[in-house]
Design a protein around this ligand. Structure first.
Ligand code: PLP
Length: 404
């Protein structure tokens, strides 16, 4: 048995820990020990990459969220053995369905992947011939009805696998658009209040016409209740991002809902080849990571976390307000990214800097801070920060505005 010191010495002479994984040289315990050891190499620095404080949110371009240590341990553990991929997905699907009190579930490659395989499953059912035929939808129902106000681009996940989109405005339009080629109705939770059809009404229309309904809830955790809400409301399929509020692997997601659609969706996923979903592979490490992220998230003290975010936002707001001419607004988006958020604006006659330039200075300063914003606002959230970083952000925001 290697001692921990000897192991670390061995590891430090290797390019990456992964070099030994899979050779049978490491036990899970050793890998665990290695995972808990701070990297002796700064990989980002070696690559010439600048890291930053994420005061923006869960953006794919900023590499999403950070996984808690429970998830990292699960991923590291997953790397130590082989299992059958289908059996793993079967068991994890059952476990997630139990945790979220829904009929069935599977781990997908992000919410986008969940939408693609879910759509593919609805189109094919259990018909193996159609599975290999997609995205060619000759001879099958292929129309998906969507509200015009729900068009933010992610419906590409549906057209990628062969669906044809039909746009409507009202419930009346929707019923008129239904025909023998209608395969599914798709809803974007983030734009709930921008459309004319409520979620309940949408589900009812699906049931009335016996057409499956799918809701994209990618960025709708928190609140934690949303993980249960939409399957209970009656949506046949529900997609969540794994790497946003749930803090699982950034490339993982959840597809929840009716067993018959999820089993059909699985026909499109690896290890099966010659399918539209073959490139949407989720490895065993990510499947385990997703499960443990969900368990960890469900057990969290959500009230305490919310209070922390509120306090952090107030700290940054107060700091910005100490500069003459600055105004702030604390708000919580009702749908998607439902977390305490800060908007900072200022009187350009008193604080002589554009929002764009102020954000650039935050980004280019030390440490670098990523924010969001428009023509005349700096937008900040704290949920993707490491606690404590809010003090640096509060200080830098004040400094940039004060020195303008
Ligand atoms: C982030 C997002 C997606 C894509 O989710 P991934 O997990 O990155 O695949 C889809 N829809 C909406 C509304 C999103 O916010």
């Amino acid at each position: 048995m290697l001692t921990r010191r000897k192991l670390l010495k061995t590891l430090s002479s290797l390019p990456v820990v992964g070099g030994l994984v899979g050779t049978g040289l490491l036990t899970p315990q050793m890998i665990q020990a290695a995972a808990e050891t701070p990297a002796s190499r700064n990989f980002f620095k070696e690559l010439g990459l600048r890291t930053f404080i994420n005061a923006a949110g869960t953006y794919t371009s900023m590499t999403g969220s950070q996984m808690p240590k429970e998830v990292l341990s699960a991923i590291t553990f997953g790397a130590t053995e082989y299992v059958n991929l289908d059996e793993l997905q079967d068991k994890v699907g059952e476990r997630i369905a139990e945790l979220l009190d829904c009929e069935y579930a599977t781990v997908s490659s992000g919410a986008f992947g969940a939408m693609s395989i879910g759509m593919a499953g609805v189109l094919s059912g259990m018909d193996q011939k159609i599975v290999t035929q997609l995205p060619d939808t000759t001879g099958i129902k292929n129309e998906v009805i969507i509200q015009e106000s729900h068009n933010i681009g992610y419906s590409k996940a549906l057209t990628n696998v062969g669906a044809k989109l039909v746009w409507v405005k009202t419930a009346k339009d929707l019923e008129k658009a239904i025909n023998k080629n209608t395969a599914m109705l798709w809803y974007l939770n983030a734009n709930t209040d921008q459309g004319e059809i409520s979620r309940e009404e949408f589900v009812a229309l699906g049931k009335k016409h016996n057409i499956p309904t799918f809701i994209d809830c990618a960025a709708d955790v928190p609140p934690v209740e949303n993980l249960f809400k939409f399957t209970k409301m009656g949506f046949d399929l529900v997609a969540f991002s794994g790497g946003k509020g749930i803090r699982g692997p950034q490339s993982a997601g959840l597809l929840l809902g009716k067993r018959k659609y999820i089993e059909a969706a699985r026909l499109h996923t690896p290890p099966r080849g010659t399918t539209i979903g073959r490139g949407m592979k989720v490895n065993k490490e990510e499947v385990l990571g997703m499960l443990v992220a969900l368990e960890t998230y469900l057990q969290k003290d959500h009230d305490a976390e919310w209070k922390l975010w509120e306090d952090q936002i107030k700290l940054i707001s107060d700091s910005a307000l100490s500069v003459d001419g600055v105004e702030t607004e604390i708000h919580v988006p009702p749908y998607a990214n439902h977390v305490p958020s800060l908007k900072i604006t200022w009187n350009q006659n008193k604080v002589k800097i554009s929002a764009k330039e102020a954000r650039k200075q935050l980004q280019e300063g030390h440490p670098s801070i990523a924010t969001v914003g428009g023509e005349d606002t700096i937008g900040i959230t704290t949920w993707m920060m490491v606690p404590g970083q809010e003090r640096i952000v509060a200080h830098r925001v004040k400094e940039v505005l004060e020195n303008a």
